[in-house]
Structures are given as C-alpha cells and as structure tokens.
Design a protein around this ligand. Structure first.
Ligand code: NAD
Ligand code: UDP
Length: 322
C-alpha cells in the first residue's frame, strides 16, 4: 500500500489542477485544493466534494496561509494571454509573492514543492526545438512579460530556496496543453477554434498562421507532473513537458474544421505583439529521467476535447474577475 500523503494543489480548481486533484484522490491521497476561482469555477471539482479525501479552500496565494502538508503543487496562475493580461501587475504578484508564500510553507513543513513553469520562459526562441539549457529570448517590457518574467522569477525563487534551504523542489516547463475543462473563453487558440467551428463562425487566424505550437493532451501532461513529483530527489528540473508534434496555426484550424465537420471560413486578424513564431519542446530529459512521453495524438485529443465542448453550457463560464 503506497504512503498516503497530504497534498496541497494550489490552482486545483483549474483546467490542469482539477485533473491533477482527480488523479491524486484516486491514489487515496488527502488532497487540499486551494483556489481563488479567478479563471475557473467550482463545477470543475464539484464531483470531488463528497470524497472524504478532498477538501476545497477559497484563497488567494498572494496572501499567506498556514497549512500542514507533505507535498505542494503550485499551479495557481492565470495561463492564457487574455487572462494573465487582464491585470498584469497581479499576474506578476501571483508568480512572485504567491511562490514565496508556498515556498515558505514548504520550508516550514519540510514539504516537497512542484512549480508549474512554462515554455514561455523561452520567449520567442532563437533555438529550435527548445532544450532546458536554452535561456530564452523574452521581451521584459512587452505585454506578455508579466507572465513570462513572473514565471522566470518564480523559477529563480525555487532554485534559491533549493540552494539556501535545501527545499525539495520540482520545476517543469509546460508547453501548450489542451483538453476537457479548458476555459472555453480563455481566448487561446484551441478553445477559440473549437468554439468558432462548432458555432459555424469565422476562425480567427492571427497573422498568416505560419507560427507553430506543440499541443499536449491534458492526461499526458498530468502523468508527467506525477512522474516528476515522484522522481528521485536529484531530479529537480527544470524539465520540459509537452508534445513534440509541431503544427502551424493554419494546420490546427484545418484539423479542427475537419473533425467538427464545420463550414467555418478562415479569416486573418492582426498578430498580437511578441507572439512567438515557433515552439516545440525538446523532451530528451523527460524521456530519460521520467520515462515519459506523450501518448495521445493531436487528432484523438482534439476529438475528446470537441466532444466535451459539445456538452457544456457556455453561459456557465464567467470571464475572469479579480
Ligand atoms: P487555469 O487558469 O485553468 O488554472 C489556474 C488556476 O489557478 C485557476 O483555477 C485559477 O482560478 C487559479 N488561480 C489563479 N490565480 C490564483 C491565486 N492568486 N490564488 C489562488 N488560485 C489562483 O490554467 P491551467 O491551464 O490549468 O494552468 C495551470 C498552471 O499551469 C498555471 O500555473 C499555468 O501557468 C501553467 N501552464 C499551463 C499551460 C497550458 O497550456 N495550459 C502552459 C504552460 C504553463
Ligand atoms: N491564435 C490565433 N487565433 C486565435 C487565438 C490564438 O491565431 O483565435 C494564435 C496566437 O496568435 C498564437 C497561437 O495561436 O500564435 C497560440 O496562441 P495561444 O493564445 O493559444 O497560446 P500562446 O501564444 O500562449 O502559446
């Protein structure tokens, strides 16, 4: 029987966090889900509320909180450009002050702590695909910087706690991930295109659509989280988690139109500033240290995601509020 741990999932009501909570509850751990519902809703975890191994706390990680835990996953941060640009100063505070609060908790409880970092630390990369050793090309004063620089500073804090206090840390860099429970109005490419295709609306391609992204299915990614958290203590990261399949935004649009069987037309809109031109993870380290690689092909993952989008009531999802 594996050891039952008390595990805090900050941002646990979100798209990735709610799936992580499910996996941890299935493993019989005692799960504390902490969330301020800035970009999520209770419905993501309502099915877990009756489970005696699950509890839900409404709290903002920018303020300290006193809990006794064995492990902490820090996923609390708006992830989509439209969400993190809503209040960029708050976004930076979440990554920095929020991380300091959770790292302080980890230090006090001697708990292992995991940081959901991002491929955005690579900015608009000059190296392709991106290995963890690449230090990135981020515009520190651009409109994406609140997120990119916040996550970079959070990585710094994690490694300084590790060096100074021997805190047991895990840092992963997540590449674009999609799947059921992603926020339908987060403005990201997968949710926009699926909504537009299902509604027969024009598909909005920003720029010429030649920019690329690598899309990882939610279940694959969360499996990577668990493997990294449970890896030997010398595997602290940073470690890339993402699907190395690289697609242009035009290819993605065409695939979604085909799966939905939609009559939507492609229209071009202005490319937002600092939009990275290419992105693809080098997952050599994840393969080697975690024996991990994604299993779900893009078409299959999109089919599942589209099925989920067909079942939800869109008006149930709120735009982010402070
Ligand atoms: P999400 O917006 O669904 O989840 C974030 C959760 O954190 C939400 O439930 C939100 O309400 C909560 N939250 C935000 N600010 C908070 C605060 N101050 N205090 C407490 N809770 C707060 O997004 P997601 O896609 O599930 O992302 C989870 C994590 O993974 C984030 O840290 C994000 O930066 C990272 N990430 C995600 C992706 C992706 O493609 N989904 C890519 C790179 C990194
Ligand atoms: N994008 C697009 N149409 C949309 C939304 C996004 O063409 O309706 C583009 C966007 O410009 C970017 C890519 O899709 O090049 C991925 O954008 P997303 O916001 O999903 O994630 P990120 O840029 O953070 O990777």
């Amino acid at each position: 029987m594996p050891l039952v741990k008390r595990i805090l999932v900050a941002g646990g009501a979100g798209f990735l966090g709610s799936h992580l909570c499910e996996r941890l509850v299935e493993q019989k751990h005692d799960v504390i889900c902490l969330d301020n519902f800035f970009t999520s809703q209770k419905s993501n975890v309502v099915h877990l509320l009756d489970n005696p191994n699950f509890e839900l706390i409404r709290h903002d990680i920018v303020s300290p909180i006193l809990l006794e835990v064995d492990e902490i996953y820090n996923l609390a941060c708006p992830a989509a450009p439209g969400h993190y640009q809503y209040n960029p100063i708050k976004t930076m505070k979440i990554s920095i002050q929020g991380s300091i609060n959770l790292l302080g908790m980890a230090k006090r409880c001697n708990a292992k702590i995991f940081q959901a970092s991002t491929s955005e630390v690579y900015g608009d990369p000059e190296v392709h695909p991106q290995p963890e050793s690449y230090r990135g090309c981020v515009n520190p004063i651009g409109i994406r910087a609140c997120y990119d620089e916040g996550k970079r500073a959070a990585e710094t804090l994690f490694f300084d706690y590790h060096r100074m206090h021997k805190t047991n840390i895990r840092v992963c860099r997540i590449f674009n991930t999609y799947g059921p429970r992603m926020h339908p109005f987060d403005g990201r490419v997968v949710s926009n295109f699926i909504r537009q295709a299902l509604g027969g609306e024009d598909i909005t391609i920003f720029g010429d659509g030649s920019q690329t992204r690598s899309f990882c299915y939610r279940d694959d990614l969360v499996e990577g989280f668990l493997r990294l958290m449970n890896a030997p203590d010398d595997i602290v990261g940073p470690i890339n988690l993402g699907n190395p399949g690289e697609y242009s935004i035009l290819e993605l649009a065409e695939l979604i139109i085909e799966i939905v069987g939609s009559k939507s037309k492609l229209v071009h809109r202005e490319l937002p500033p600092d939009d990275p031109t290419r992105r693809q993870p080098d997952i050599t380290l994840a393969r080697k240290h975690l024996d991990w690689e994604p299993k779900v092909p893009l078409r299959e993952g999109l089919e599942k995601t589209i099925e989920w989008f067909r079942t939800i009531e869109m008006e149930h999802y709120r735009p982010p509020t402070p």
